[in-house]
Write a protein that binds this ligand. Structure first.
Ligand code: SME
Length: 158
């Protein structure tokens, strides 16, 4: 069992995400505020960020707004690492233990697990929501459901 209490109030957090999404602020500022909201409120979210499809070539992800330590992975080719794999599969990916992955781009030695949610606008893949955790195997069905709803809600800001 993890040391920290499991986060369970995704419903209340979704309402806060929506209230930020509904403001008239600049879209990138809203996305950045939402990254901070998620990182600050969910104990097992240690890095939260968006990657966007590079519209110039459509085969690479470019780092967007994020909360947490800066990462060297500002551009990720499709197929490379967890994010690049999701860009090809276009399916959510939960990695409960990154040490078991061969195709993984490390941002920090503290990261133990990762979850990536693809984002679609009008059925087209436009980016990803990427979350790193310093905990081993913290992700549950509730995370997938919540992040899926958040990705759908935010698709029109990307
Ligand atoms: N770990 C990711 C790279 C992005 S960082 O987590 C911010 C990957 O393997 O694609």
């Amino acid at each position: 069992m993890n040391k920290q209490a499991k986060f369970s109030d995704f419903e209340a957090l979704y309402a806060k995400v929506k209230s930020i999404a509904d403001t008239g602020d600049d879209a990138m500022l809203r996305l950045r505020a939402i990254c901070h909201l998620l990182k600050d409120n969910v104990p097992h979210y240690d890095w939260v960020g968006f990657y966007f499809v590079n519209p110039e070539n459509g085969n690479e992800l470019v780092l967007g707004p994020f909360a947490g330590e800066p990462t060297e992975h500002t551009r990720i080719p499709y197929g490379s690492g967890i994010c690049g794999r999701v860009a090809i599969s276009k399916e959510p990916l939960v990695i409960q233990d990154v040490s078991k992955e061969d195709n993984y781009l490390s941002c920090s030695v503290s990261v133990r697990s990762e979850i990536v949610m693809p984002i679609f606008r009008d059925g087209k893949f436009v980016g990803e929501l990427d979350i790193d955790s310093h905990m081993l195997a913290p992700f549950e069905r509730g995370d997938l459901d919540f992040l899926g709803r958040v990705s759908t809600l935010l698709a029109n800001l990307i």
